[in-house]
Design a protein around this ligand. Structure first.
Ligand code: PLP
Length: 457
């Protein structure tokens, strides 16, 4: 099974050239999903006892399957949190895959892990965390949040043996990402919400803590603030929350999976003040640091605490912890054992372009949100629901019902023109359906935004 034709390598290069070429271009349409039944009808049986052959399978991919995916980096893909991996990072992702490095332990993956750590040093420097803080790359924000919550919970249990029999409790706001609630479920902790989708302020957090019954207060071990909510780009009052966590002796986690890239942007860096007091931070390089999927990161103020929580034991693993093998072992700081060195593509791109280019690309996303805000204000048929925040813009088409938004989304997607999806915004006790842009790709143009808005008229 090690045999491969030179033609197959060339075909791989062709697909790569196509992918790299399409990045800044709107001449390609936004692909759309087809049903599994339709795809099956196009490609037939592919996994068979004797194999269909590499060239045949590859052609099926190129002809039918490749375009049944939505390019997350299309300049008019402004849905959810899109992405825009650099060409350099995409290319090096291929090198990363081809190298198949075991990235759990320094003993096996020193070269790859060294590069990951160089990239990590830059990310950590953006946070302003004190000396000694460090992190590791994870499969994404969800895995990073889980790794941080487990560390927080284990630390809390280490403080008092009675905490071993208590069910943990976390406070966050309703603006927090769904993964916080789901990962709390994984560790069997309860979640209480500060009832705001807007900025969670220190006062509101304090009031929530003060409202707890004594037994509940004993169960509380962590607060999760958001550094750029996924829906609206809102940054919680990180310094106020940090101060309260310090006073109340609670673990302070900042989920900046989406917003973390903006730490590099001078124009908004001050909005994150207080993040340097966090015990742990989640940042997704595959969102606003232009890395390909999948690449998240979790950073700890005191990595030793993560090591206590995550380091795996096993007789066959002892050798990795031996003095002779000593080095930084990424497996010790998050939930995975075997892992790919998924920070390697980011490292190559950072090394090639320099960090200033990253700053500029993030600033452009922020600027596009401001431009979109202005274009919305100029048009009588749409209005802003709230001022743009980071690179998110929530706006309404005056007079539209929820189904009008859905219909418009499908119509644009069907045409291969744009992907802009509806969202909801909490207004008092009700949720209003609105439209939302999230800008990541610096190659989105003002013209793209105008065309999308005008298709709503
Ligand atoms: C996207 C996001 C996550 C989840 O990250 P994945 O990489 O999709 O697992 C968590 N928190 C926030 C704030 C996010 O924006």
């Amino acid at each position: 099974m090690h045999k491969i034709d030179i033609e197959l390598i060339e075909m791989t290069m062709d697909v790569m050239k196509y992918t790299i070429d399409r990045i800044t271009s709107t001449k390609h349409k936004i692909g759309k999903p087809q049903t599994a039944v339709d795809l099956k009808a196009l490609v037939g049986e592919t996994v068979t006892a004797s194999g269909v052959g590499g060239e045949y399978a590859f052609n099926l991919w190129k002809k039918h399957l490749m375009n049944a995916n939505v390019p997350i980096d299309h300049p008019r893909n402004l849905a959810f949190v899109p992405a825009s991996p650099t060409r350099a990072a995409i290319m090096f992702d291929l090198v990363t895959s081809a190298s198949s490095i075991h990235g759990a332990y320094w003993m096996e993956g020193a070269g790859g892990i060294f590069c990951e750590n160089e990239a990590m040093k830059w990310i950590v420097s953006l946070t302003g965390l004190p000396k000694g803080a460090f992190g590791v790359f994870t499969s994404g924000g969800t895995a990073a949040n889980l790794s941080a919550i487990v560390t927080a919970r284990e630390y809390w249990r280490s403080l008092d043996a009675e905490n071993n029999s208590r069910k943990g409790l976390i406070i966050t706001s309703i603006g927090a990402h769904s993964s916080v609630k789901s990962m709390a479920k994984v560790v069997d902790a309860d979640v209480l919400f500060v009832d705001t989708e807007d900025v969670m302020y220190g006062d509101a957090l304090q009031a929530k803590i003060d409202s707890l019954m004594p037994e509940e207060r004993k169960r509380l071990f962590a607060v999760v603030a958001t550094g750029g909510t996924t829906n609206a780009g809102i940054i919680d009052d990180l310094s106020g929350i940090g101060t309260i966590c310090e006073k109340e002796q609670l673990w302070f986690h900042v989920d900046a999976a989406y917003g973390g890239g903006a730490l590099a942007a001078d124009s908004v860096r001050h909005l994150f003040n207080g993040i340097e007091t966090a015990d742990s931070i989640t940042i997704d390089p595959h969102k606003w640091m232009f890395a390909p999927y999948d690449c998240g990161a979790v950073i700890y103020k005191t990595p030793e605490l993560a090591k206590k929580a995550h380091s795996q034991e096993g007789s066959y693993l002892d050798i990795f912890k031996d003095e002779g093998a000593h080095g930084f072992n990424p497996t010790d700081y998050q939930i995975q054992l075997t892992r790919r060195v998924r920070g390697l593509p980011l490292w190559f791109s950072l090394a090639m372009h320099g960090t200033d280019k990253y700053k500029e690309a993030v600033e452009r996303g922020l600027e596009l949100a401001q431009i979109a805000g202005k274009l919305i204000e100029e048009r009588p048929f749409v209005e802003l629901v709230r001022a743009p925040s980071l690179s998110c813009v929530i706006y309404r088409r005056i007079g539209w019902k929820p189904e009008d938004y859905t219909h418009w989304t499908y119509e644009n997607h069907e045409k291969g023109f744009a992907l802009v999806t509806p969202t909801k915004w909490k207004k008092g006790d009700t949720f209003e359906t609105c439209s939302r842009f999230c800008f990541i790709n610096p190659d989105t143009t003002e013209e793209d935004i105008k065309m999308i808005l005008d298709s709503m008229e």
